[in-house]
Design a protein. Sequence first.
Length: 113
Amino acid sequence: MTAGHTLVEILVALLIFTVGALALAASSARVAQALAMNALRERAGRVASSRIEVIKSQCGIAASGRETVQQIESAWAVARTDSLRISVTESVSYFLPRGSRTETYRVTVWCPG
């Protein structure tokens, strides 16, 4: 019985270790890409939320418009539903590696007289 390992056993162990290390590197690249996409989605949501809050605070003079903030295109439409409410439609568009994405938010805002 020998006390050490054979060359074949060491080569097989190195092969298994290499395959595992490559799999880990590939999955961490996917995780990094997913984190970047989620950060962009979250930023687009914040842009939309911020715009809706600004419109709420300026309810009497709110108007439709568009702007680009941090690579996110924001467009909003304001329509008066009656003397006390306005309807706001906010759309944010941004680009991902697989193409562009648009998310739309609709809200009715009460305007105190």
